[in-house]
Write a protein of this length. Structure first.
Length: 262
């Protein structure tokens, strides 16, 4: 049974407690004691616990980031809905995601506590936490730019999850370029611009040698491989998002390879 099926089946209290459990319970219209579901347990339920935590943290923190500048724009709402669309959420999952998003907008949202529990549940799964961070950066860029208040929240996310400010700058550049690159029409954009965006997607430059470019490509493909991420605790519903990222990485790599002739 999937993580969502277990929640609906009544075993939620054994899967996840703490602030994330309280948020997810509230999104379903249930009240769970915050002490239910001892954090950090191993065993068969561990991946399902992480999937529950990822789902709850993703949409609640997304709401918190979007509200950080004092308002939630239509573009930010559309971004949240597009994530739900990509995940092909069931009607009840979509209702829960929207409620989590709204909880994140609340002035009483336990931001730091949610992130700290999410980090503990992930248990040093760096690539999983990076996927979470990339989704939040996408949310911050939904209206075309990052407000200083949103950037501060992203910095706080990095501090709690163990990412450096250099990591954030690199991921920002990658996410920004992916957003442009994915929707770019090769026939309608200057070749140099598209190639530069391709380099940014891979975190490389025009002076990088082919061996380093290939290494970066393989590393990013491994980090964003849907099956590997699901095995680490990414909800199955987010496989399409991970799959889209691997597609963008492949297109970027092929663009550079064709331009450089290797």
């Amino acid at each position: 049974m999937s993580w969502w099926g277990k929640i609906l089946g009544g075993t939620f209290g054994f899967m996840l407690g703490g602030p994330l459990g309280a948020l997810l319970g509230a999104s379903l219209g249930h009240q769970f004691d915050s002490s239910q579901g001892k954090e950090g347990l191993g065993g068969p339920a561990n991946r399902e616990r992480i999937q529950s935590a990822f789902f709850a943290a993703t949409f609640s923190v997304m709401g918190h980031i979007c509200k950080a500048d004092g308002k939630v724009t239509p573009d930010e709402i559309q971004l949240a809905q597009s994530v739900m669309d990509q995940m092909q959420l069931s009607p009840d999952q979509r209702v829960a995601a929207k409620r989590l998003f709204n909880e994140g907008k609340s002035s009483t949202f336990p931001f730091k506590a949610v992130l700290e529990q999410f980090r503990r549940e992930c248990r040093r799964r760096h690539t999983l936490m990076q996927m979470f961070l990339e989704i939040q950066i996408h949310a911050a860029y939904a209206d075309g730019s990052i407000h200083p208040a949103e950037r501060k929240v992203l910095r706080d996310v990095c501090d709690v999850l163990g990412f450096s400010q250099q990591d954030l700058a690199h991921l920002e550049a990658m996410v920004r370029s992916q957003s442009h690159f994915a929707g770019a029409d090769p026939a309608g954009r200057p070749s140099k611009t598209r190639i530069q965006e391709a380099y940014d997607v891979l975190g490389m430059t025009a002076t990088s040698n082919p061996a380093d470019i290939k290494k970066a490509y393989r590393r990013l493909m491994s980090q964003h491989h849907p099956d590997k991420l699901v095995a680490k605790g990414l909800p199955e519903e987010m496989m399409k998002i991970a799959g889209q990222k691997t597609h963008e990485i492949k297109v970027a790599y092929n663009t550079i390879r064709e331009a450089r002739g290797f």
